[in-house]
Design a binder for this molecule. Structure first.
Ligand code: GLP
Length: 252
């Protein structure tokens, strides 16, 4: 793992955006794995500033989001689909056909399966096929939950896991409650698997702020351990971890 420690969230966002934009310059048809959450917001803002609607940087890019909540439509204000539109897709020139976000209702499978669970199974399998058809992820950006989750791979997730439906932990639901106002946070989500993430040629994990300090310290010291999903990254040959000084506070 390559570690980059920067001063603050602004510097982290700039470093991550630079990495993304450099890759698009090198390879305009890049396949990106993209995260949601608070951490990547600054990176997306910088990317949007550089690649406006008129700039061709995203024209040939294909994107796969890491995860989506189950049981809400893409149009729901708390969905990751809405998040991605607000922070990135509505502001860049990208072919909508090349944007992939799991559908937490599996709607397009309505004619093939009666129950929600059956539709979601088809949705997850199709998502893996789409990633393989795109030739695998080139560059995947990750945030990290305080419990070490990546995507929505919660502690205990197999390192061989693929895109599937998972139960969200209470702590993750609490951490993400702000996006759901009075409604309950969904209890399940679709996430790409840890094996899917590990097949990405390059990975950039970002962590910012004091509340991530413990998980960052654990990431730096832990060998692969099922109860800390981000530790799976220690087995990957090309991972860059970008952290700000607050998140790096407990690093030796
Ligand atoms: C969510 C997302 C993860 C993200 C994590 C951290 O649970 N599914 O992909 O990494 O939150 O979020 P934040 O960046 O807000 O700390």
């Amino acid at each position: 793992m390559k570690w980059v420690v920067v001063d603050d969230y602004d510097a982290l966002s700039s470093a991550a955006a630079r990495r993304l934009l450099d890759r698009l310059e090198e390879k305009p048809e890049t396949v990106l794995g993209l995260p949601t959450g608070r951490t990547p917001v600054g990176m997306y803002a910088r990317v949007v500033r550089t690649c406006g609607k008129k700039d061709p940087c995203f024209r040939q890019v294909t994107t796969f989001n890491l995860d989506e909540y189950v049981g809400i439509p893409a149009s729901h204000p708390g969905s990751y689909s809405t998040f991605m539109k607000q922070h990135l897709f509505d502001h860049i020139d990208i072919d909508p056909e090349r944007i992939h976000i799991p559908d937490g209702l599996g709607s397009r499978w309505a004619g093939n399966a009666d129950s929600l669970d059956e539709r979601l199974k088809l949705e997850c399998a199709a998502y893996e096929v789409s990633i393989a058809d795109a030739g695998a992820l080139d560059l995947t950006f990750l945030g990290m939950g305080q419990n070490g989750h990546i995507g929505f791979n919660e502690p205990g997730a197999s390192f061989a896991s693929r895109t599937r439906v998972i139960e969200l932990s209470e702590s993750t639901r609490r951490a993400n409650a702000e996006h759901f106002r009075d409604e309950n946070v969904p209890t399940r989500a679709i996430t790409i698997g840890i094996a899917t993430i590990l097949e990405s040629h390059s990975i950039v994990l970002m962590a910012s702020g004091e509340r991530k300090a413990e998980s960052v310290a654990r990431l730096a010291t832990s060998g692969p351990s099922l109860d800390f999903p981000a530790s799976a990254l220690s087995t990957h040959p090309d991972v860059t971890v970008i952290v700000d000084r607050k998140a790096a506070r407990l690093l030796k």
